[in-house]
Design a protein around this ligand. Sequence first.
Ligand code: ZN
Length: 669
Amino acid sequence: MALRRIPAKLKRRFYWAFWPIDESAGQRPVNWSGWPGQKKFAVVLTHDVEGPNGLAKVKQLAELEMELGFRSSFNFVPNGSYTVPSELRKWLTDRGFEIGVHDLAHDGKLFDSRSRFKKLALRINEYLRSWGAVGFRAGFMLRNLQWIHDLDIQYDASTFDTDPFEPQSDGTGTIFPHWMPAPEAEPANPGITETESRLRGYVELPYTLAQDSTLFLIFRETTIELWRRKLDWISKKGGMALVNVHPDYIHFEESNSSARTFSANKFRELLEYILKNYKGQYWHALPRSVAEWFRSRILSPVASIQPNPSLSANVSQGTSGPLIWIDLDNTPHVPFFKPIIRELRAKGYRVHVTARDAFQVCALASKMEVECDKIGRHYGKNRFSKVAGLIVRAAQLLPVVMHSRPVIGLSHGSRSQLLICNLFRIPTILIMDYEFTSSPPLVRPLWEIVPDALPGSNLHAQNSNRILKYRGIKEDVYVSEFKPDPSILDRLNLRGSSVIVTARPPADEAHYHNPESDVFFTHFMNRAVKHAKIKIVLLPRNKRQEDQMRSNSPEWFRGDSVIVPGKAEDGVNLLWYSDLVVSGGGTMNREAAALGVPVYSIFRGKIGAVDHRLHSEGRLVLIESLKQLDAEILLVPRARDLSPDSRHRYALQDIIGHVESIIAQHMGA
Ligand SMILES: [Zn+2]
């Protein structure tokens, strides 16, 4: 229920991209042939009566609608906090209103278990029969659309096109009615004709205008602007405007107002707005009429209703295996996931890859031939805080979740993916190799796969049983695959030097930055540039850092010993041709260690378990003082292996095995 912990206002800012309008929900269903009477769109009014307060206002609300020429359905709770007088039902139906069943006890427990629901469904069916009702809506919009087949209904209205503010927040993603066919597994009844059996199922009617409680009680909107905007959009798309207004939350006189009510005039304004702007253009119908009409279309085979085709392009690999979504959030993720993607596809999984359009992620992906969808523009540092950037990108990733419906989200630390998957209850796997990054509840993974050097608890996944380990280090996954490409020597003008150094300054914008790293880095550079026949490939983390170095230390750039590559180079290839590496931390240190290139870390933050392990194995030198720096970093050529792959590495096979077993667990559940 992490979703409920975020304040609604914050969520609303987060959801701006798809609430109240989710553009993709406006797509017409296949074979859609329009509304009865050539109407442009449909207007459907519904009410859920929650408690005795609402019951007391039913007639007044119905009268308001009649005055303007509208009719609606009133959904009553059969075993709730009130009893529904049969005279009231008759009063309503006599005047052309519809009665529907709203949940059973409205206690949020209707769908707690399959066996219990089967029993409760029998009781709901009794009420449907005795009230002459054909429609149902669950309390709190909780639902299981498969179980709802147990109900003797023509339609269900427990869904919505988009409403992230509901506890079960996955919308249907459409503003059109759609057909929910009964599962084919049911034994065929010889007494049922083919037509009848084709009609087994119900029509799903999502609400498409925001709930009154969301607008006026949670967001305390003072106007109906959001309703108007959505209605205008629905009319343009030719969809169904279906609204749910609770008499419980309405006051007809100011003297009866409270924090839990809004003025009935707001609802009146909506009806008047429809009348004034769309007269003659819409089909106003009771939900049961919409369901009947829609059902009748199914009789005709040409008009058979199919779900919307999936929007996403880059998804299918021609197999029908489970879909894994991988988000590349930073440059080092590209080489890391390349072999993982290949292995997973070889095992029959479909893999959808998205990449953040920042830090040269996309450039590297296309260079390495990792096919991916670019999602999320890069915003300048000053325009958004880190948190806002995370949220904006998460919103941009939403269509992936909505349309490709992955079985699992997999990343090496994409917080945006974790956030969006958590909100939509898609299981996540975080592959991580550093234990000290913080992990707020909303961006926690369900599963975590880490190198065996890391501890088995207190990481990012809450449950230590869901932390799985692989042998070796992350960089083992891909360094053995790489093929040395000597063209880099010409491209970066490195030939003719006696020593090639790769120098990576510290991430000075990072929250863990310790300025001592900068002192070490500057000290090393000042010493190295004086060395004869040296080439230093300098890899600033961004343009700002480069500019800063150029202005603070112009002497580094005077000769031709310092080279700043103009475009993204394959980091592993560069390391391979280097004699030593001095770096302020990160993936590069461990890549060098994995390749057997001497590497000196000037990182002065909290040292992670992987670096400690490499240090104790003598594969990485942790520099802790200037004295040590001068004594230990020797500017000499390194001894070279013949090939980068000189020993067996287990990381890739371990990771693939874990991913498969996790998916099997979630598919089996
Ligand atoms: Zn309700």
